[in-house]
Design a binder for this molecule. Structure first.
Ligand SMILES: *[C@@H]1O[C@H](CO)[C@@H](O)[C@H](O)[C@H]1NC(C)=O
Ligand SMILES: *[C@@H]1O[C@H](CO)[C@@H](O)[C@H](O)[C@H]1NC(C)=O
Ligand SMILES: *[C@@H]1O[C@H](CO)[C@@H](O)[C@H](O)[C@H]1NC(C)=O
Ligand SMILES: *[C@@H]1O[C@H](CO)[C@@H](O)[C@H](O)[C@H]1NC(C)=O
Ligand SMILES: *[C@@H]1O[C@H](CO)[C@@H](O)[C@H](O)[C@H]1NC(C)=O
Ligand SMILES: *[C@@H]1O[C@H](CO)[C@@H](O)[C@H](O)[C@H]1NC(C)=O
Ligand SMILES: *[C@@H]1O[C@H](CO)[C@@H](O)[C@H](O)[C@H]1NC(C)=O
Ligand SMILES: *[C@@H]1O[C@H](CO)[C@@H](O)[C@H](O)[C@H]1NC(C)=O
Ligand SMILES: *[C@@H]1O[C@H](CO)[C@@H](O)[C@H](O)[C@H]1NC(C)=O
Length: 435
């Protein structure tokens, strides 16, 4: 008695860890019947990509299966299987080919991610295998037949050889969706893909709806609004259209040059290349070029600074970030919230000071104004004040605009640049007194 609850000696942990890392023997294939678990990885044949479990950032309870470049000190993740369903560290987990032929992630014996292919009793072939290729593609195949591939389900990265477009048979679009923040791969606000209406161009959208950049139509060599593509002799872009699918793909002429497109946290579509002997990734293309052209980058009541020397986003006067933790990880989608509740929202306010307005300078007008048939600045202000949901107004000498609810897509110009027009932001009286 007594020995049972004694902690295990440290060297036992150490040798267990060595054993685990020794087990990452660099195989590129997971065969039917095998499984990949903690500490184990697959390595593509030429040692370019690695696949395994990882945890981005500081969290030690959110794990993902992903693919990254093998030979970089800091991890550059190019694909995440279970981006929206992290694996908890509390239970054992594994990646394997299930009996029905699907590739699955099991945690606590439950399926938390699956390739979700239709299956029936004929799918029990023992020749099924999942292979990590040097292109960064993870392929489930039966002999020569590709049954599923990660290239058809991209995360935020587009690698040479992969397609971005529309599979007409499966009615499935391949698009890139940004990470939520630098430590969380779940789907963020921005996505890029080909025009769902079928024209040969890329569109970048906010929240799956608002288009804020388009590439212009493909003319066979370049996109209409991306003339820089003419200067390139590194990669070969092509468009393929047939009865089954429409897509763009690209290859690099010199395979020793690494290239990747990403949809960054900033909502910008970037192409980066890396050549042997060069220090770091070179930014080849970035669209839209100005970060403030990204729609609603700074969330509700936040504004984007056009001046690159200033922080990307800040809150409007009288507001503070909804989540300091998220904004510190470059995720401003939560925007900003009022420091002080408006009087019209707070029935218990006994001093009853009316809300007021401050003038916003050098700022673009917010999205979605409503026009009112009002002929003076004073009446325009009153119209806003008398409507509790009104958060701002502007009067331009001939017309009155008011805004209801969240103010979105604000851009702050450099000081001295007056912007389009001033508008007035509604704040609680106490916020204004302090100015
Ligand atoms: C099972 O087989 C069918 C028909 O061959 C195929 O369409 C399907 O993708 C397969 N499913 C899996 C999980 O391999
Ligand atoms: C099972 O797969 C075979 C071959 O693909 C197919 O002919 C059959 O209809 C499938 N059965 C079911 C129940 O899905
Ligand atoms: C697609 O076409 C419809 C109808 O013509 C149009 O309303 C919509 O804005 C188009 N979508 C895009 C993303 O261009
Ligand atoms: C994003 O779109 C969904 C519907 O697709 C909507 O419910 C949600 O409110 C939108 N988010 C924002 C921040 O507008
Ligand atoms: C570019 O790629 C296309 C499609 O793969 C191919 O047909 C064409 O020959 C390539 N062009 C060059 C210059 O390699
Ligand atoms: C490919 O690029 C490497 C440097 O990254 C260079 O050493 C090599 O000569 C290039 N090969 C060709 C065929 O241009
Ligand atoms: C304020 O009072 C009005 C009328 O009594 C009521 O309808 C409203 O819900 C109240 N608002 C809040 C935020 O308590
Ligand atoms: C409502 O107003 C009172 C008095 O000004 C203040 O103490 C209270 O914090 C306010 N409530 C909210 C939710 O802002
Ligand atoms: C002034 O504002 C009104 C209402 O929003 C708008 O219709 C009009 O085009 C604006 N005029 C000018 C010169 O900006």
């Amino acid at each position: 008695m007594g020995t049972r609850s004694k902690p295990l000696p440290w060297w036992l942990f150490l040798s267990a860890m060595l054993l685990f890392s020794y087990k990452t023997q660099g195989a590129d294939t997971l065969s039917a019947g095998q499984s990949l678990s903690r500490g184990q990885t697959l390595l593509s044949q030429g040692g370019i990509f690695e696949l395994g479990f990882f945890s981005p950032g500081k969290s030690d309870n959110r794990f993902y299966i992903g693919i990254w470049y093998k030979n970089f000190v800091s991890r550059i993740t190019v694909w995440v299987a279970n981006r929206n369903i992290p694996i908890s560290n509390r239970y054992p987990w594994e990646l394997k080919i299930a009996k029905d032929g699907n590739l699955v992630i099991l945690s606590d014996s439950k399926i938390i991610w699956s390739t979700d292919l239709p299956s029936n009793s004929s799918n029990t072939s023992s020749s099924l295998e999942a292979v990590l290729l040097d292109s960064g593609n993870f392929v489930l195949r039966d002999g020569a037949a590709v049954i599923w591939q990660s290239f058809d389900h991209p995360t935020d990265t587009w690698l040479p050889g992969a397609k971005l477009g529309l599979n007409k048979l499966a009615k499935q679009a391949q698009q890139l969706t940004s990470w939520r923040n630098s430590e969380n791969p779940s789907s963020g606000m921005f996505s890029v893909g080909t025009d769902p209406n079928g024209s040969t161009q890329f569109l970048i959208q906010w929240n799956g709806s608002k288009t804020y950049w388009s590439s212009g139509l493909w003319n066979g060599q370049i996109f209409g609004l991306v003339p820089e593509m003419r200067l390139n002799n590194i990669y070969n872009f092509s468009y393929v259209s047939n009865e089954n699918e429409n897509y763009f793909t690209y290859s690099v002429y010199n395979i020793s040059i690494l290239s990747r497109f990403i949809l960054d946290l900033s909502g910008q579509f970037m192409q980066l290349t890396w050549k042997d002997g060069e220090w770091g990734w070179i930014l080849f293309l970035v669209k839209p070029r100005q970060r403030c052209d990204v729609y609603a980058l700074c969330g509700a009541f936040g504004h984007c600074n056009i001046d690159q020397n200033l922080p990307m986003c800040e809150c409007l006067q009288g507001f503070e970030p909804r989540s300091l933790e998220e904004t510190s990880l470059s995720d401003w989608s939560g925007g900003c919230v009022r420091g002080t509740t408006l009087q019209c929202r707070n029935n218990t306010s006994d001093n009853g000071d009316q809300d007021g307005f401050i003038q916003m300078h050098s700022m673009s007008l917010p999205e979605n104004p409503q026009s009112l048939p009002i002929g003076s600045a004073k009446e325009c202000k009153l119209a806003c004040l008398n409507k509790c949901s009104c958060t701002a107004y502007a009067y331009n000498g001939s017309g009155c605009s008011i805004w209801d609810g969240d103010l979105l897509n604000l851009r702050k110009f450099s000081d001295g640049d007056s912007g389009e027009q001033n508008f007035y932001l509604r704040l609680a009286a106490s916020e204004i007194k302090g100015l």
